[in-house]
Design a protein around this ligand. Sequence first.
Ligand code: IMP
Length: 426
Amino acid sequence: MTNVAIVGLQWGDEGKGKIVDFLSDKFDAVVRFQGGHNAGHTIKVGDKTYKLSLLPSGIIRDKFSVIGSGVVVDPIALFNEIKKLEDQGLKISPERLAIADNACLILSIHQELDQLLEAEKGDNKIGTTGRGIGPAYEDRAGRRAVRICDLLDEKVLRERLTNLLFYHNLLRKSLGAELVTVEKIIAELAPIRDRLLSYARPSFEIYKKLSTCGNVMFEGAQGVLLDVTYGTFPFVTSSNTMAGQVALGSCMGVSDLHKTIGILKAYTTRVGSGPFPTELNDETGQFLRVEGNEVGTVTGRDRRCGWFDAVLVRQAIKISSVKEIALTKLDVLDKLEKIKICVSYKINGETYDYLPQANHLWSNIEPVYEEMEGWQEVTVGTKSVDDLPEKARKYIARIEELCGVKSAIISTGPKREETIILKDLT
Ligand code: IMP
């Protein structure tokens, strides 16, 4: 049995969905262990395109899929997503999908608060997805959250909501928002309660099933640079996105994770605010955006685009114990004459091989670049590394060298078959 975590090594949107879907054939279960419906994974199978936010990508291949204890669950968003997939012909039954019953709920008040607080911050906003992720995790840390198992008993649910709304109404009052009653939330939950509970299972039952079902894949959402502890704080999401979170959010233990594969895009993108040393606010940035179709799956916002940043990625690889990578979207660079890689930063005259956490240094970062020849040949759909242009192979080799890892997979297009496999990952 080999259990593998898949994590993004940049600011999300590295193409994890495709890689997870591609690999999930070899796995018996796929588990989400953090985040919520802020994630957006697009998976193309034949002529069908599936868009996933909260559901593990394994659901497309009818694998046993788990929303683990570390995920925050918006039940209304969940059922909308299930409905869309069922309209596309998939069947998502409680035999296929289990949700840890100690996962915390995202309620309408969380989404409202997320949006109210962002509006209040003006120019200093994080640029969140506005889906209530941050407020839901805050309530979990503040021990006020409502968990799925709290829906089992009305008395418990009312007590938890009273406690939660005491806090939220204080905030809402100061933000000039309408106060919310327990009855309102109970009424929102009533139509979906039984259906949600039909998917809920105690986390230890999930543990038992996962530990006997064969190979398990842990599917990360967002990317290491959005990790609440190690990312570009405060421009991060509210969960830990690194492989270390698998043990806390998946219903399994530390030693149940055997290896971590990092997903890397051949250039860099980010959605929302925050530092981005290699950002290109020029025609090359625009080229990457158009060629790479860099528009957020969840929010529809344009993604910011820039050169590959080996400084940030190397850090992400080390702290996530990544030994192998899957490199995606190489084909997006096909037409470029020159390609740059950032190898270090200069900040106030000093050289850095990492991004300092002290925010005041960020405005003075000067990326130090190496320039490489572009290959200017079509690589879309290439299935063997030997068929890649030599200059493309050199670019990959330089990334591997700078980051201290080897590629196990190179993705040359959005479809399953547009993939080069260099190593068996199970
Ligand atoms: P939140 O997770 O909605 O609180 O947003 C916090 C930050 O993380 C914002 O900059 C978002 O754009 C970013 N973010 C959250 N989820 C994703 C994702 O799945 N891909 C890329 N960026 C994300």
